[in-house]
Design a protein around this ligand. Sequence first.
Ligand SMILES: [Zn+2]
Length: 285
Amino acid sequence: MVEAILGATGEVCRSSEVRGLHPRVTSALEKVHSREYLATLARPMGEREVRGLDPDTFVSRASWNVTRLATSAWLEAVDNRGGFALARPPGHHAKRGSACGFGTLNHAAAAARYALDEDKFDRVGVLDIDVHFGNGCASILGGDEALRGRARYVSIHQDQAFPYTGGKGNEPKFGSSEILKFVPLAPGTEGEDWLRALEDEALPFLAALDPQLLIVCAGFDALATDTLAHLDLTPEDFYLGARAIRRVFPPHQEVPIVSGLEGGYDTLNLPIAIASYLKGLACCI
Ligand SMILES: [Zn+2]
C-alpha cells in the first residue's frame, strides 16, 4: 500500500524513508500518556503473542517499536517545519491512559506538545479531518489547562459514528471549549457541505489562535467508498479541502503544515485521496 501511495503522490512526495526512533520520542510521549500506560505498552511480548487492549485494538511483539516509529515520523515533520507522516497505526483515538480505535499512541498530541514544549512554536493548531471524532486528541489537549491560548483542536467528523461522542456542544465534557471545537456532520454528507463546514466552522476556529504551526490528523475514511463510516467524499474533495487549508494558512505566512495519516481503509482509493490532498497543499493559492 505504501508503494501505491508513493506512486500516486508522484512529484509532490519528494522523499520517503524509514528512519530510527526520534531522539525526543520518549519525552514527547510522556507528555501525553501516563507512565503506567507506556510501561504497559513497553512490556516484552512473546513471539506469537497477541494482546487485545480494547475491542478494536490489538498489539503484537513488534507494535511498541513500530508505533513509536510512527510517532517519530510526526516529530520529524515538526523538525522539518512541514511534511506528511506516512505511518500507521493511527493515533487520534488513543487516550492518556488507554488504547482506543486501532491506536495506542497519540501521534498528533505528542507532536503538538513536542512543538510547544521544545520552544519550537508558541501556538499550535490541530485540525482533525478523519471521519471519526478524535476523542483521544480532544481529551489529552482539551484537558490540559496550560494549553489555553497556546493550542486549539478542531475535529470535523461524522455524527453518531465511532467513538459515539463529539456532538455539537460536547466540548466541555472533554475540556476547555477555548481549546476544543467539534463539527459533527450528518451521515451521508457530501463533499460540498463538508467543505463548507471546514471553511466556515473548523478553519476559522484555528485561525483565531493565530497558530505558528498547523498539525493535521489526515484521515481519509470520509471517502464514500470507505466502509467504516458514511460520509460521501471523493478524492477530489480532499484536494479542495487542502486548498481551503492553504487559503487560510498560505505559504507566504510561513505557518508550517504537518500532516499525518490517521484512518482510511479503502486501500484502492486511499493513495488517490492522499495524493489529492498533498497536491492541494502543494498548489499555489
Ligand atoms: Zn477514522
